[in-house]
Design a protein around this ligand. Structure first.
Ligand code: ME8
Length: 642
């Protein structure tokens, strides 16, 4: 096969902060499909993905989990890699920003930019609250005081490093102007130019001192490198880029990247900050950044806290890897967001994979067995009908190529489905079961089945980048070794070997009702896995004093949006108690309500107001969202709860 040159493709590196959902997973599947397609065409492909492992959020999450940040990211990166592998993605390197080679180069990059004057140290000025160790802006202060503790604040400066983006603005504008294909789709380019470049770029703060989990600035180690400088560098460090010019072979061969595939939310980082970093380092710019749309669940953003997240491993458990690859790739439009629900996945598998693709292969192989003992020959009796059929199949190859050139992956896969639909139509047109009735039509029947098997072979070769395992099964069933892209240059490369005797169905039809029940049961079971707290003795419980009281006054906290301030009458005393339920109630509707209070919780101040006790409430699930509801009581005021 002719070598078409090199092709370096990358995905965004996923935050190692939690399990990736089907939206994040879509990106690696799409990159994999492109990488496999390019390899099939004869490109020498290098495909990189990985994890973004530094930053404050990860530091906090590790703390919550009771792990060191490194232990935490090791675990998360393992989980992300497990899902990428489960989805059969053919990456060449899985880079982690905690990899030693990456960290060393990031330090050197930062130093080089500093030494050449592109990064400078300055001060960030704000209002500082010493006990809270926090900076606040003018507008965040409440009555000139700390919004958290209501204490005095003073002006303080924190030092930070800044990157002179503005110095390279002109060069970047020129590059974008002269390279039509750099930012894709086109609409994303306009967004960047109009919203960010035209108003002018501000210098970017590129170091932090407020947390530790990052790559230290080696000449000033109380600073850590801003997570985006660290993360974006992965695209070159992963290939062995060296600031001093001692580059690895991969870098020499594959840089500049042919494609950075990323989601629409991080286009700014990839089309403004990243090229400017590269311009400053005197490194050639990537050829293309493609900002893909997002996958939604129904109409909503996928989110763990909303409880609507769908995960690739759960989907695969029910439908298999290739069906999910197919769904994700077929369903995502080029520029608008796409959608996924369990029900839609079932519908699509039935309508396309079972009814069209699976059914075609199964019928054709079964007829070849039934009428010819599985063995055809190449003595053809043609019919004018065949010409249009063959032309259609050959045209599909061009169609797919054209769409893939524009990264219209969904349209490419649809073009292959059209090929399979055309084959099914050819069965209707030629009615093999009728031909089978007359001995004189046997040679024609042989031709019809040959054309169908050849059509299937074309489709399976074209489909291989998208559904690799399915294509392998099809090649086995039709028993062919003609699986190269070159073999699609003309119709008829299929050699007649005996087809599989008892082919398994590629995709079984799914009973939506039964399967949805199973899915609900499975997901429900997962949700019901409640983690219980440690057991306590009765004497521990007895320490809590709980009494029924009546709300006599209720108003909003002047300095805290989420908190209501209650006055509660217990019969023998009145108390001020604060509770974080302001999001769920209007204060006036609570006056007169009987509530249950913990009386002996130590008093504490919340944003300047004291709370003497705590009101009991329950976490309830309202339309999939968690809310707080105050416990109420029918009992007499002053009753002791035990
Ligand atoms: O952004 N549908 O990581 P990440 C499709 N670490 N794609 C989605 C999506 C959805 N619903 N939600 C997220 C980061 N994505 C950074 C990248 S690169 C130097 C650093 C995409 O784990 C998102 O747009 O939040 C991004 O491209 C990728 O998933 C990883 O997101």
């Amino acid at each position: 096969m002719e070598n078409k040159g090199k092709y370096y493709i990358t995905t965004a590196i996923a935050y190692a902060s939690g399990k990736p959902h089907i939206g994040n997973t879509y990106e690696i599947i799409m990159a994999d499909a492109i990488a496999r397609y390019k390899r099939m065409l004869g490109y020498d492909v290098y495909f990189q993905t990985g994890t973004d492992e530094h930053g404050q959020k990860i530091e906090e999450k590790a703390k919550e989990a009771g792990l060191t940040p490194k232990e935490f990211v090791d675990k998360q990166a393992g989980e992300i890699k497990r899902i990428w592998d489960l989805m059969n993605t053919s990456y060449d390197r899985f880079i982690r920003t905690t990899d030693e080679d990456h960290e060393r180069q990031v330090k050197k990059i930062f130093k080089k930019l500093y030494d050449q004057g592109d990064i400078y140290k300055s001060e960030y000025e704000g209002w500082y609250c010493t006990p809270c160790e926090s900076f606040w802006t003018d507008s965040q202060l409440v009555d000139g005081k700390c919004p958290d503790c209501n204490r005095e604040v003073h002006k303080e400066k924190e030092e930070s490093y800044f990157f002179k983006l503005s110095k390279y603005q002109k060069k970047l504008e020129e590059y974008i102007e002269n390279h039509e294909e750099f930012i894709q789709p086109e609409s994303r380019k306009n967004e960047m130019v109009n919203n960010f470049l035209k108003p002018g770029l501000q210098d970017l703060c590129v170091s932090r001192t407020s947390f530790k989990w990052g790559i230290p600035v080696d000449f000033d180690p109380k600073h850590v490198v801003y997570v985006w400088i660290d993360a974006l560098s992965n695209y070159i460090t992963g290939l062995g880029y060296d600031v001093d010019g001692d580059h690895g072979e991969l870098y020499k061969k594959y840089w500049p990247a042919d494609l950075h595939l990323i989601g629409k939310d991080i286009i700014r980082f990839h089309t403004l900050y990243w090229p400017i970093m590269l311009l400053a380092l005197n490194v050639p710019l990537p050829k293309q950044v493609f900002g893909h749309p997002w996958m939604l669940v129904g109409e909503d953003k996928i989110s763990k806290s909303r409880g609507n997240a769908i995960y690739a491993d759960d989907l695969v458990r029910f439908f298999g890897v290739d069906a999910i690859r197919y769904y994700a790739l077929h369903e995502m439009p080029f520029a608008q967001d796409g959608t996924i629900t369990w029900e839609l996945v079932i519908e699509r598998i039935n309508s396309d994979l079972a009814n069209v693709y699976g059914n075609l292969v199964n019928r054709t192989v079964a007829m070849t067995n039934k009428y010819f003992g599985g063995q055809l020959d190449k003595n053809f009796v043609s019919d004018p009908l065949d010409d249009e059929f063959k032309a259609f199949i050959l045209e599909s190859v061009k169609n797919v190529e054209e769409k893939m050139d524009q990264l219209r992956v969904g349209d490419s896969i649809e073009a292959i489905m059209e090929l399979f639909r055309r084959c099914n139509k050819y069965i209707d047109e030629t009615a093999p079961w009728t031909l089978a009735k007359e001995e004189k039509d046997k040679a024609r029947l042989n031709t019809v089945l040959y054309n169908l098997l050849e059509g299937i072979r074309f489709g399976a070769v074209l489909m291989e980048p998208f559904m690799p395992e399915t294509s392998k099964k099809v090649f086995e069933q039709i028993n062919t070794e003609e699986t190269s892209y070159d073999s699609l240059s003309s119709f008829g490369a299929y050699e007649c070997h005996k087809v599989a005797e008892k082919p398994e169905m590629l995709f079984a039809r799914i009973d939506p009702v039964k399967t949805m029940d199973e899915i609900h049961e499975y997901l429900g079971d997962t949700a019901k896995k409640v983690e219980h707290k440690e057991a306590i003795d009765f004497s521990d419980f007895e320490k809590v004093e709980m009494v029924v009281g009546k709300v006599t006054e209720c108003k909003k906290h002047p300095n805290a949006d989420k908190i209501l301030v209650f006055n509660v009458d217990f019969g023998y005393e009145q108390r001020q108690i604060l509770s974080g339920v302001a999001e769920y109630y209007k204060p006036e509707e609570l006056v007169g309500r009987k509530v249950i209070a913990v009386m002996n919780l130590k008093p504490r101040k919340i944003r300047g107001l004291e709370s003497n006790g705590m009101l009991l409430s329950a976490v309830i699930n309202k339309d999939g969202k968690e809310e707080l509801e105050l416990l109420s009581s029918e009992m007499e005021v002053g009753s002791v709860v035990c």
